[in-house]
Design a protein around this ligand. Structure first.
Ligand SMILES: Nc1ncnc2c1ncn2[C@@H]1O[C@H](COP(=O)(O)OP(=O)(O)OP(=O)(O)O)[C@@H](O)[C@H]1O
Ligand SMILES: [Mg+2]
Length: 353
């Protein structure tokens, strides 16, 4: 069985391997207070991660290593995540009379029925979540399965960077942990909280109810579309476009000609994703949307979405309830915070009770 549910022993640095950049977040906790100790964002060439798979392990490892140096502090143990699209998550109910070994065997039999790959190509882990309240003889079991290769490549990238990868988590669980953490007491039983992350290549919608992600959908859409059209139409290299995003130095002309229409495209993509969500089950209206990922910093997007969707939309600040280490530049952090959501959700695993 694999280590999705490994119990951690020490503080883990969260490593989010995105298609355009790796992000590192290092947290620490004293009593109940969590501190952001350091973070790093290091760009990756487009060839390093393709369709969510690590293609150039050495390049990814080098970027993580650079991130460790930027963080400056002594980092050792790490946690990374596999995208939800690479994972099959299944809720099972099995007899509580099984011994541990019998349970593992039974789970392999169950897994074989719904995993479309040979079992020896798949990493499997499970967590016993307690008895079914309606039938206490059955235990509720959360089963996670992922192609070995996706787990091994990500783990190896982290280990090759000089860290020790203690846990390979699932991105969805990291988002669930983060939304729970930033909402704390604010969520009532009926609230449906959505997280929409739009990165360079992928847009992900997660909906959480009572602390659990109940809906997840990923689609291929992100800032690469915008970057490419600026590259083609304005004669800038992709690196120059990325650099001008980082420095928030976009000309008014590009803003009007390409970014404003792209903002409308994002709004349409989100509306469509929400239609899928609403038609997938008889859920109530969403209470709030948290926006994250590189595209979330597009000027006016939050306001446009609120107007078009009629729902409260907020940029995600994963550190809103945390102390910030004095050496961290607060203005820079404010800009970077929405892209650090996944890395922070991963790092929060260190403090799971
Ligand atoms: N102000 C901005 N306007 C438009 N795009 C931006 C802006 N700032 C950053 N970006 C884009 O956001 C991207 C980085 O976002 P993020 O770090 O969330 O992506 P990622 O996690 O690497 O990608 P993915 O999650 O899709 O694999 C950059 O490639 C950049 O093109
Ligand atoms: Mg991302």
């Amino acid at each position: 069985m694999f280590g999705f549910f490994n119990k951690k022993t020490a503080t883990l640095v969260g490593v989010d391997i995105g298609s355009s950049a790796v992000k590192l977040v290092a947290l620490s906790r004293e009593k109940r207070e969590i501190t952001l100790d350091s973070y790093a964002i290091v760009g990756l060439p487009p060839s390093a991660i393709v369709d969510g798979h690590v293609q150039e392990l050495g390049v990814v490892a080098e970027a993580i290593e650079k991130g460790v140096k930027i963080c400056g502090s002594k980092l050792n143990l790490a946690i990374t995540g596999v995208p939800s699209s690479a994972v099959i998550i299944k809720h099972l109910e099995l007899s509580n009379a099984f011994s541990e070994a019998e349970l593992e065997d039974q789970i392999k039999i169950e897994a074989d029925q719904f995993i479309p790959y040979p079992l020896d190509e798949v990493a499997i882990d499970f967590e016993v979540q307690g008895p079914n309240p309606l039938n206490p003889d059955l235990n509720k079991i959360l089963l996670v399965a992922c192609r070995n290769n996706d787990v091994i490549q990500r783990e190896a990238s982290v280990n090759s960077a000089g860290l020790k990868c203690e846990v390979v988590d699932v991105d969805t669980f990291a988002i669930e942990r983060l939304l729970t953490y930033i909402n704390k007491e604010d969520v009532t039983g009926d609230d449906l909280i959505a997280s929409i992350d739009i990165g360079a290549s992928t847009m992900t919608l997660n909906v959480m109810h009572q602390g659990e992600i109940i809906y997840n959908r990923e689609q291929g859409f992100g800032s690469n579309e915008l970057t490419n059209s600026i590259h083609i139409q304005c004669g800038m290299s992709v690196e120059e476009v990325e650099q001008s995003f980082r420095l928030t130095e976009i000309s008014m002309e590009i803003e009007a000609m390409l970014i404003e229409p792209f903002r409308d495209t994002i709004s349409q993509q989100i509306s469509r994703a929400l239609q899928f969500y609403y038609s997938s089950n008889v859920q109530n209206q969403l209470t709030k949307i948290y926006l994250s990922g590189g595209c979330s910093s597009i000027k006016g997007l939050v306001e446009l979405l609120e107007e078009e969707l009629g729902i409260t939309v907020e940029l995600t600040n994963p550190f809103s309830n945390m102390r910030i280490q004095a050496k961290i530049n607060k203005d820079r952090l404010n800009k970077d915070a929405p892209v650090l959501v996944k890395a922070c959700g991963l790092a929060l695993r260190s403090f799971d009770e």
